[in-house]
Ligand binder design. Structure first.
Ligand code: HEC
Length: 167
């Protein structure tokens, strides 16, 4: 059986130009001092927008949208946990959003981002690209840390998604 890590290692999308890496080191040094919700816009534009697009509309067939369709998931602990795990580990394989199929691989952003950056970017997605629903609890570093240290969250990512209502 091929491990997820091996599949991702083979995926060209996982490698980023060195120059971008260097500018991110400089940027993340600045952001780390106080990564809070308002930094989320910067984190999103440097870490997510290349694929999910700056307004979160995604790319048909390749990168699912992150805007205006996440309310149901944002309202529940299971939905929020899945969003954190998706950002940390990156979904692999077929998924459906609004009846459209996406079948691709997302790099595991948790390897390049700390917990505060994950919190900041998910709060930006949840609160700026989507309208936070009733029942929404802001993402926090404790939730990110618990999923990062979970021995099962990566392997159960797609199964956990399958238990959520369709979006
Ligand atoms: C290199 C491109 C790329 C980057 C960078 C990227 N993503 Fe993704 N993302 C994807 C792809 C492709 C998928 C769908 C994978 C699949 O088809 O299984 C995805 C899926 C997701 C999902 C799950 C959506 C769902 O319906 O299950 C979330 C949440 C997500 N990305 C958030 C983020 C966040 C937050 C960032 C930035 C920190 C980010 N992504 C950066 C390509 C990317």
């Amino acid at each position: 059986m091929i491990s997820l890590a091996a599949v991702k290692a083979k995926c060209g999308e996982c490698f980023r130009p060195a120059l971008r890496g260097i500018s991110w080191v400089i940027l993340s040094f600045t952001l780390n001092a106080a990564a809070h919700a308002e930094d989320g816009a910067h984190v999103y534009s440097s870490r997510c927008a290349a694929c999910h697009q700056s307004d979160g509309k995604g790319v048909d067939g390749r990168c699912p949208p992150l805007r205006q369709s996440l309310s149901g998931w944002l309202a529940t602990p299971q939905g929020r946990s899945y969003l954190v795990a998706a950002a940390l580990y990156g979904p692999v394989g077929e998924l459906k959003v609004d009846g459209k199929t996406y079948s691709s691989i997302m790099p595991a952003m948790g390897r390049r981002m700390n917990d505060d950056e994950i919190v900041a970017v998910l709060r930006y997605v949840g609160e700026n690209l989507n309208t936070p629903p009733a029942g929404y609890q802001p993402f926090d570093a404790a939730l990110v840390a618990s999923l990062r240290s979970s021995p099962t969250a990566e392997d159960s990512l797609m199964a956990d998604r399958g238990k959520l209502p369709p979006r």
